[in-house]
Write a protein that binds this ligand. Structure first.
Ligand SMILES: Nc1ncnc2c1ncn2[C@@H]1O[C@H](COP(=O)(O)OP(=O)(O)OP(=O)(O)O)[C@@H](O)[C@H]1O
Ligand SMILES: CC(C)(CO)[C@@H](O)C(=O)[O-]
Ligand code: BAL
Length: 291
């Protein structure tokens, strides 16, 4: 695996592959890799001739009071993990390489980006959409891989790609979890031992929601309230977003009927934010109950 840090180097490395008609898969990350990222890389390896992973802690998507400065970093370990997974190129630019001068141009998906996680992180998704567009422009991938754990991010990227006719196929990869169900996340490292064991309440809240739907809950607001109360039973958990939405559009839904609904959670433990979600299909949970 070759590690490259400048836009020109990556373009020069990829040009001959493109001329030879090889497909390119892109795996954008912020580094401090875990098995969730490795699953994205594995999928990209299976689908493409050449895989490019990127590691860039993107200042544009961090608010003034967020954790940009202390975001965990370990490039040597990340390189070894990507190499072992058969990734061909790592693009790990510095801030100066990506943003040699302040960005005047921004890609925004304002409505989808303002709600849910966006309501507690204003400007975050414009930062994501802008850097992802720039990474697409630099690497010119055929396919790009994103985790379903960041469901709103994935929805926004799909919408951006469709609206702007960006020539990339976006592939969503199911959430990889730790043994107790907690979604793998680079920020899990911030959790104290006490917070880490308390955090298992998050995937359990998703199960509880599924159980309530299987038991006949059809009102979205009531389900949100029940899940919020379930999370609040854990004193260390501070639920900030508990939302039942349409999984395609993220629009609010009144009733839970025939169609699948998305339950999206954003829960803080101390200063650490954890995200999780589940698509609940009322038909399937009911079938499962009868069976
Ligand atoms: N558990 C996971 N399963 C599958 N994909 C994941 C998982 N965690 C992260 N990803 C995906 O990996 C990509 C890079 O994410 P990122 O580097 O921000 O990692 P992260 O663990 O989500 O970090 P953070 O804790 O900062 O949110 C994103 O597309 C993200 O959705
Ligand atoms: C997609 C991404 C790499 C853009 O910085 C980031 O938001 C992430 O790691 O999910
Ligand atoms: N995993 C999403 C990137 C962020 O929280 O900034």
């Amino acid at each position: 695996m070759q590690t490259l840090t400048t836009i020109a180097e990556l373009r020069a490395a990829l040009a001959p592959h493109r001329l030879d008609g090889r497909s390119i898969g892109l795996v954008p990350t912020m580094g401090y890799l875990h098995v969730g990222h490795m699953e994205l890389a594995r999928r990209a390896r299976a689908d493409n001739d050449i895989v490019v992973a990127t590691i860039f802690v993107n200042p544009l998507q961090f608010g003034a009071n967020e954790d940009l400065a202390r975001y965990p970093r370990d490039l040597a370990r990340d390189q070894a993990m990507l190499e072992a997974e058969g990734v061909h190129y790592l693009f790990a630019p510095g801030v100066q390489d990506m943003y040699p001068r302040p960005m005047e141009t921004v890609v925004d998906v304002p409505k989808l980006g303002a709600e849910l996680e966006g309501s507690v992180r204003p400007g975050h998704f414009a930062g994501v959409a802008t850097v992802v567009t720039k990474l697409f422009n630099i690497a010119g991938p055929d396919r790009a891989y994103f985790g379903e754990k960041d469901f709103q991010q994935l929805t926004i990227i799909r919408r951006m790609v469709a609206d702007l006719a960006q020539p990339v196929e976006v592939i969503g990869v199911p959430t990889v979890r730790e043994a107790d169900g907690l979604a793998c996340s680079s920020r899990n490292v911030y959790l104290s031992a006490e917070e880490r064991s308390a955090a298992a309440i998050v995937p359990r809240a998703l199960e509880e929601a599924e159980r309530l739907v299987a038991a006949g809950e059809t009102d979205a607001k009531r389900l949100e309230e029940a899940v919020t109360a379930f999370l609040r039973a854990e004193p260390l958990a501070r639920p900030e977003v508990v939302a039942v939405r349409d999984p395609e559009t993220l629009a609010e839904v009144g009733g839970i009927g025939e169609k699948p609904v998305l339950l999206l959670l954003f829960v803080r433990f101390g200063s650490t934010k954890l995200l999780d979600n589940r698509v609940i299909d009322p038909k399937n949970v009911k079938t499962a109950k009868v069976a």
